[in-house]
Design a protein around this ligand. Structure first.
Ligand code: PMP
Length: 299
């Protein structure tokens, strides 16, 4: 039996319900976070909480994030006896029937979902070790001027349409790669993109992307292990010609790109070093392995 946490109460998943008048259901009016627990500890929870608060602030409901959210997550993981897990938190503007303009007073709906990771996801090993196939799509990334790119809102139709485009064109791939309105490469439906050119790590600049937490960690780790990095505006052709390329997100971690639009790309030495450094960070922060740096333990 899987148990979710709905507004602070543990509920059997099959019994868990949200009102049909909830604005999350009506309009996608809410925020969410996807986190990953290793050994029962949510990796980089502080950063996820910060982004959730930031998104709620963008939506004019900063106070919607409950103070005890971390405790609710821990309790839900424990109730499901899960240590290696996918954790999703949804915070909607709650029940407000009637009109599009929201009320200032918000009684949010807050749901914590957990599910086990696919087999193999123990001891911090990457679950998605197999490289990803990627296809670039015609669907453009919604511009920041229409929907702030750094807000992780419940509106995921952009990514869904990008994935549907692949399905409908019968080009099977793990991820759809979207460009911005100017034709520069932006991000995947649920992931950020990196590539390596002449030993330098490149990633699309903030503006037309969700600046992922994993992306931020990878840029910090690159600095740490002396891999030069830059952010900028690149074309799909730049990525196709790259020495190495990979995708990042919280669940996939660092996932090499096997093929982009049918052309072989693959991982390589820089990707491997970053993956090792990422695993070490997870070990230190979630499994309590210490290296004397003082960075160990829960955040
Ligand atoms: N871009 C988009 C559109 C996403 O949905 C995600 C997944 N949250 C990412 C990038 C990667 O973000 P993170 O590393 O924080 O999981």
């Amino acid at each position: 039996m899987t148990v979710y946490n709905v507004d602070g109460e543990l509920v059997d998943r099959k019994e868990a319900t949200v009102s049909v008048d909830d604005r999350g259901f009506r309009y996608g009016d809410g925020a969410f976070e996807t986190c990953r627990a290793y050994g029962g500890t949510v990796f980089l929870w502080g950063k996820h909480r910060e982004r959730l608060e930031q998104t709620c602030e963008t939506l004019g409901m900063r106070e919607a994030v409950p103070g005890d959210l971390r405790a609710r997550i821990d309790e839900t993981l424990a109730a499901n006896d899960l240590a290696e897990a996918y954790v999703r938190v949804s915070v909607t503007r709650g029940v407000q029937p009637g009109k599009l303009t929201p009320d200032e007073d918000v009684d949010p709906t807050v749901v914590v979902y957990v599910k086990p990771l696919p087999a193999g996801g123990t001891d911090g090993e990457a679950v998605w070790d197999d490289p990803a196939t990627v296809e670039s799509v015609a669907t453009r990334r919604i511009p920041d001027s229409a929907l702030p790119a750094d807000a992780k809102t419940q509106n995921y139709l952009n990514g869904i349409l990008a994935r549907l485009e692949l399905r409908e064109s019968e080009r099977g791939a793990d991820e759809s790669l979207m460009c911005d309105l100017d034709g520069y490469v932006a991000e995947g439906a649920t992931s950020n993109l990196f590539f390596v050119d002449d030993g330098t790590l490149m990633t699309p600049e903030a503006g037309s992307i969700l600046p992922g937490i994993t992306r931020g960690t990878v840029l910090e780790l690159a600095d740490w292990i002396d891999v030069p990095s830059e952010t900028g505006r690149y074309t799909v052709g730049d990525v196709r010609r790259a020495e190495e390329a990979f995708l990042t997100n919280t669940t996939w971690e660092i996932r090499p790109i096997a093929r982009l639009d049918g052309a072989a790309v693959g991982g390589g030495p820089v990707t491997d070093r970053l993956r090792r450094a990422y695993d070490e960070t997870v070990d230190r922060r979630c499994y309590g392995d210490t290296d004397g740096s003082g960075n160990e333990g829960r955040d």
